[in-house]
Design a protein around this ligand. Sequence first.
Ligand code: AOF
Ligand code: ZN
Length: 354
Amino acid sequence: MATPSETAAMRRAVELAARGAGTARPNPVVGAVVLDSAGASVGEGWHERAGAAHAEVAALAAAGQRARGGTLVVTLEPCDHTGRTGPCTKAIIDAGVRRVVHAVDDPTETAAGGASTLGAAGIEVEAGLLREEAEEVNVRWLTAVRRRRPWVVWKVASTLDGRVAAPDGTSRWISGPLSRADTHRLRAACDTIIAGSGTVRSDDPALTVRDSAGRLVGDQPLRVVVDTHGRTPADARVRDEAAPTWIATAAQLGKDVEGRVDLPALTRALFERGARVALLEGGPRLAGGFLRAGLVDEVVAYLAPTLLGAGPAALEGTGITTLAGALPLDVRDVRLVGPDVRVTARLAATEGRP
Ligand code: AOF
Ligand code: ZN
């Protein structure tokens, strides 16, 4: 049984893990706290970015000799492999820790097995403390690894009546400048941006992460154009040097029953390339295909305070014919972004399903 100080330490470790959100990808967010033998916190750590110290190693370094005979509390089972950094199990054993409490088992084939290695070294191991909180803070990565496809966020900007363009085809700047800046924040938290070739042809988007002055910032996500027949124009902006781009065609990935790019094959291929969080941006038919295939985890909708009453809808081709088939959403956040309403929701149907 975990002690009250271990429970408090795990709550803190979850907070520390959250600091890695947006930077740790493609790695998980992980937080760790070291308690000395009296139960006092003597070191904290979190995983900041791939290649940097794992949370456990950072916390043990902060604790130094005070870790000896103490307890390591960590949100994810310590890794047992040498990847970009050495195995945490070794660091834990070398530090002389007596007990390890972790919240969530490592779901990867490569890094799992840490708990049994620690047990074999005579360290007491307890799993499952505050599992729900630790699952939630790392939900994107855990879901991606368990399903072997990236966590997919569908981003959409529409009028209040759900139109993404007017009947004459005009569609740029439905949402306001603050929503557009917010979209760059969303993009920065993803490793992949996906758009359909129709959107690329009509809007010629750059699909890069830029600051308010239009300068490129940070590591650019992979741009993916879903382009069944490979018709993305040679001079499309997505083909420039600003970021890597993959024009994903049916010739590479196969076709679904409607003759379009096989989307489960696409997301599997993206996962193999290291994608863990993808932002799906337009158009309505591609979003419909993703939803139909059960490949969307989260929706971020910017609703502009305007009405059109005509023009294409935000979503098409979901295959839904009756109200009972409507996809239920679990709304997590609603706020004003300038004049627009931003709704963030999870697909209720996929939630918690491994
Ligand atoms: C992290 N940070 O704090 C912990 C991780 O190859 P590497 O070194 O980047 O290791 C990545 C794997 O290590 C990761 O997929 C996960 O299974 C395990 N634990 N990873 O990035 C951490 N504790
Ligand atoms: Zn590790």
